[in-house]
Design a protein around this ligand. Structure first.
Ligand SMILES: [Zn+2]
Length: 119
């Protein structure tokens, strides 16, 4: 995929992770995460700042790594992917986060389209 698509997807993932963590782990201790974005070895000169609990941080980083490694031009829906890269357990966690945050963030057409990729 293009750098632009990668950035769009990763920012949306970050929004979803933030929303989910705020709503579900309000009392968990959180740590900040500052991620320098790169894609296919190229530094994208952009930083992502997140403040998440341990659990959400792990999930976000896992999704980030999978997205970086995605060999497809346009990320297909996980369910229809010929090379699913999420391990089952992680995929279930991701689907849950997407469902939760999707409803709360309000589904614009674009967000719906991207969120569906992870189900
Ligand atoms: Zn959390």
């Amino acid at each position: 995929m293009t750098q632009e698509k990668f950035l769009k997807d990763i920012h949306l993932l970050a929004d979803f992770a933030r929303c989910y963590c705020e709503g579900n782990h309000a009392n968990a201790s959180k740590e900040s995460l500052s991620l320098e974005l790169s894609y296919k070895g190229e530094n994208l000169q952009e930083r992502l700042e997140l403040f998440l609990c341990q659990e959400c941080k792990e999930l976000f980083l896992y999704a980030h790594d999978r997205l970086q490694a995605c060999p497809h031009e346009e990320k297909p829906r996980c369910r229809q992917c010929p090379h699913p890269c999420y391990e089952r357990e992680w995929w279930k966690r991701m689907a849950k986060m997407m469902r939760y945050s999707g409803i709360r963030l309000g589904f614009s057409k674009l967000k719906e389209k991207i969120a569906q990729k992870f189900r």
